[in-house]
Design a protein around this ligand. Structure first.
Ligand code: CTP
Length: 400
């Protein structure tokens, strides 16, 4: 019996309320695994013998997110908990949801339909662990092992193939021999998966502490050959020797483009169905990396890159270049900048127009402003109106 930690104590009232109504309820899946591993707990999920309509009747605040699959969300003290009825699943012919589910009364079969032994764990309100498939032993051995027949588990939902590799990255675990064989035999079914699901797994996989091992698995099992973007290049094999954890998808996009310049960031983003926000981040980072390649680290780079991206930029350059950037240097340079934004530049468009009344207005004005901004940031010109005008007199717009 284990003493419950804070996230479970917070959720205890849900288990107790369900039990008081005459049903069984347990913490289940990834939260129990992470609890045993002493990792930070993400979502606390609950599995119960109560049917969805019964859960709806017990609690005031219930969101029916996936009633037909047995899942509702119960809100408790501002936190959302997925509460799912014990179930067994049919096939996933759309590769997203099981075609049918059957609700059952005992937890045993519910645990048996789960992907890996380390995830097929449940825990009651006293901290007693239900472990029908030796999940704890596999946690001790740092092994990812399919529950029962791996072939069946992967056929039911081929996303589990990527989940196996993603867990190896996040947890630093090896994949057990028979599970590896089952992956090999079923890997082609990945192609039918919804891209959004693949992308979520790839993001988690690249962010894991043991991403190198995970990418080695991808190459060994030829999983990359089944994935959008990656299948047409031998990118993953090229990444294995150099890769380190990348915390955001934008970093992954940027790195792939840097490795394979003909793969445009927009193309990768489209194939992986990334949001515009991720694309914007990837472009920003890529611009900074290109600039760094040409000019090294200087004030202009630090000025242009949003501080929110400093860590991402640092991680990519650490992978791509043999000499490490001193991360503190980024912040030191940032602190010492003599301009914090272009609003502080002591000259504006009107000043420039007045200096060259005969030249028709056009994009050249903006170009001059950016040039001046850059020279000031680099410390080559003082941010003084007279001096900036003087520079313009010596560098007038080209007359056609
Ligand atoms: N394709 C899947 C997805 C999930 N599960 C089961 O559902 C649980 C919850 O799934 P999810 O929240 O997606 O993953 P976690 O294991 O909790 O891991 P994480 O939250 O880190 O993604 C898993 O532990 C596993 O028991 C499964 O058997 N097959």
């Amino acid at each position: 019996m284990k003493e419950l930690t804070e996230p479970f104590r917070e959720a205890l009232a849900i288990i107790e309320t369900i039990e008081e109504a005459g049903h069984q309820a347990f913490f289940v899946g990834g939260c129990v695994r992470d609890f045993l591993l002493k990792r930070p707990i993400g979502d606390v999920d609950i599995t119960t013998s109560a049917k969805p309509f019964e859960v709806q009747a017990i609690f005031d605040e219930v969101i029916p997110v996936g009633i037909q699959h047995g899942t509702v969300i119960v809100r408790h003290r501002g936190i959302s908990y997925e509460v799912t009825t014990f179930r067994v699943e049919g096939e996933y012919s759309d590769q997203r949801h099981p075609d049918s589910v059957q609700f059952i009364d005992k937890i045993d079969e519910d645990l048996a339909r789960r992907d890996f032994t380390i995830n097929a764990l449940a825990m009651n309100k006293h901290g007693y662990i239900i472990d029908l498939f030796h999940g704890r032993e596999d946690i001790e051995k740092a092994l990812i092992r399919a529950v029962g027949n791996g072939h069946d588990r992967f056929q039911e939902d081929p996303l589990r193939i990527l989940r196996a590799i993603r867990f190896s990255s996040q947890l630093g675990f090896q994949i057990e021999e028979n599970t590896l064989k089952a992956i090999m035999a079923t890997r082609q079914s990945i192609t039918g998966l919804a891209v959004e699901r693949i992308t979520v797994e790839l993001q988690k996989l690249f962010a894991g502490k043991d991403v190198k091992t995970a990418l080695s698995y991808m190459v060994e099992l030829r999983i990359d050959q089944e994935l959008p973007v990656l299948k047409d290049y031998h990118l993953i094999a090229k990444l294995v020797p150099i890769i380190q954890p990348l915390h955001t998808l934008a970093e992954v996009l940027c790195l792939i483009h840097q490795m394979e310049p003909e793969l445009d960031i927009r193309i990768i983003g489209k194939e992986w169905k990334c949001s515009n926000k991720i694309l914007r981040e990837a472009f920003q980072l890529n611009q900074a990396v290109d600039y760094y390649k040409a000019n090294g680290l200087d004030n202009w780079l630090v000025y242009q890159l949003l501080p929110d991206y400093y860590n991402a930029f640092y991680r990519i350059t650490e992978i791509m270049f043999p000499t490490k950037i001193d991360k503190d240097e980024l912040y030191r340079l940032k602190k010492q900048l003599n301009l914090t934004s272009k609003k502080d530049l002591n000259i504006n468009g009107n000043d420039i127009i007045k200096l060259f009344p005969a030249v028709p207005k056009g994009p050249w004005i903006q170009d001059k402003l950016v040039k001046l901004e850059r020279l000031v940031v680099l410390g080559e010109l003082q941010n003084n109106n007279m001096i900036l005008k003087d520079w313009l007199k010596w560098n007038p717009p080209e007359q056609k």
